[in-house]
Design a protein around this ligand. Structure first.
Ligand code: NDP
Length: 398
């Protein structure tokens, strides 16, 4: 029988919701590339309910306990006396979400001799030290595509929020004001701007598709070019390197994985090559940015705004400078954990567990590391080595 340790973000401060704003969510069977949505044998939750917090338990308890397995669910993941540290020592499976990640360092992996599987309930396994997982033969899996469109929608929202300066304007209303001049002093139209996407994978391409109707000039850079039909359909300008892309855009949306090439990529020097008053939205990973260089660029006016939902570490300390830097429209790491996304990645987590516990192969598209090497999606989208993974660095602030 297996022991599964599941680390989830805490329940709402007002308690687990007794009711929801909507009665149902749309059913998504397939993603835009044809991949089928998660297909576990059954689910024990109501899609649209809060599954990603401790009381939601990703809807896993009945299924696991009925089969005799042990499920431990906690949000307590920091420090040597945390529930995570205590339970890890005999865990077979660890589950966490990028929104509240277990930084599965080499040190933690060494403390978990039984560990065979690390599941990311969501997308992005950079919180796991992949080199250490490879060395130990641990399988790393994530629920590929489960929240890609959720993130794309959030990125488009944040682009509009920055360019139109939505948040300060809303604040005036709440304060009882009618300060139109204050509200529009930094508000522009997106129409006609050059908008770029760094990495046109599942999320980046979805952002490009959603922005095309805004009559902007679309640019992108990626390791590989998109098919010419897509470039033509969306009227895309391809840049074969990041420097060329960032020089030519007013708005940049970042969608690369955090890999050695992208770790701390946006430093003072690269930010200084952008158009003065450019906007950046980063829903990929915080460590792609030099944290303090972003603050300096906003203070000097080199950047007109910065938004995103990814921080390092997560949760960030109360004095993290991105909470209070000027012209930010940051959210906590929420883009990929809408109630709609949770239904998909909870079902995908169950599908991965069903396969693992019954000895059936996990879908290739969900695999990041398997059999001591990068595998499946991991073999095409990830690289290892260097310092790219916060999973290799623990909870230290960068
Ligand atoms: P995909 O794998 O579909 O796309 C990533 C793209 O990045 C691929 O086209 C890949 O190219 C390209 N790429 C890889 N390395 C580089 C590089 N060094 N420079 C430029 N391009 C590169 O991933 P998704 O679109 O699904 O997700 C992207 C990232 O978004 C995830 O890795 C994750 O970190 C983040 N994410 C954030 C979420 C959130 O809640 N905020 C939720 C989900 C994901 P190639 O295929 O050739 O390797």
């Amino acid at each position: 029988m297996a022991k599964i340790v599941c680390v989830l973000y805490p329940d709402p401060v007002t308690g687990y919701p007794p009711a929801y704003a909507r009665d149902s969510i749309p059913t998504i069977d397939h993603y835009p590339d044809g991949q089928t949505a998660p297909s576990p044998q059954a689910i024990d939750f109501v899609p649209g309910q809060l599954l990603g917090s401790v009381s939601g338990e990703l809807g896993l308890r009945r299924f696991l306990e009925a089969a005799g397995h042990t499920l431990v669910v906690t949000s307590d993941k920091e420090g040597p006396d945390s529930v995570l540290e205590r339970e890890l020592v005999d865990a077979d499976v660890v589950i966490s979400q990028p929104f509240w990640p277990v930084y599965l360092t080499a040190e933690r992996i060494a403390k978990a001799p039984n560990l065979k599987l690390s599941i990311t309930a969501g997308i992005g396994s950079d919180h796991v030290d992949l080199n250490a997982a490879i060395a130990r033969g641990i399988t790393v899996a994530e629920v590929t595509y489960s929240n890609s469109i959720s993130v794309a929608e959030h990125a488009v929202m944040q682009i509009l929020a920055l360019v139109r300066d939505f948040l300060p304007s809303h604040d005036w209303v709440e304060q009882g004001g009618w300060n139109i001049a204050d509200s529009v002093a930094r508000a522009y139209d997106l129409e006609g701007m050059d908008v770029g996407v760094l990495a046109a994978g599942r999320i980046g391409l979805a952002v490009l598709r959603r922005l095309a109707p805004f009559d902007v000039r679309l640019h992108y850079s990626d390791k590989r070019r998109l098919p010419s039909e897509i470039e033509g359909e969306l009227n895309l300008t391809f840049h074969d390197e990041v420097r060329s892309l960032v020089r030519d855009v007013d708005v940049l949306s970042i969608h690369t994985p955090l890999v050695p090439d992208t770790y701390q990529l946006f430093n003072d020097e690269l930010l200084g090559t952008m158009r003065r008053g450019a906007y950046i939205v980063n829903t990929a990973r915080a460590a792609i940015m030099d944290r303090d260089a972003v603050v300096r660029a906003l203070e000097s006016g080199q950047l007109a705004g910065y938004a995103g939902d990814v921080w390092y570490p997560q949760p960030p300390p109360a004095d993290h400078p991105w909470r209070t830097m000027p012209h930010n429209a940051m959210t906590p790491h929420t883009s990929g954990t809408s109630l709609s996304a949770q239904a998909r990645y909870a079902a995908g987590t169950r599908e991965i567990l069903e396969c693992f516990l019954s000895g059936r192969p996990i879908r290739q598209e969900y695999l990041i590391v398997d059999g001591g090497q990068l595998a499946g999606t991991g073999a095409t989208s990830y690289s290892v080595g260097g310092d790219a993974s916060p999973g290799s660095q623990g909870d230290a602030t960068v």
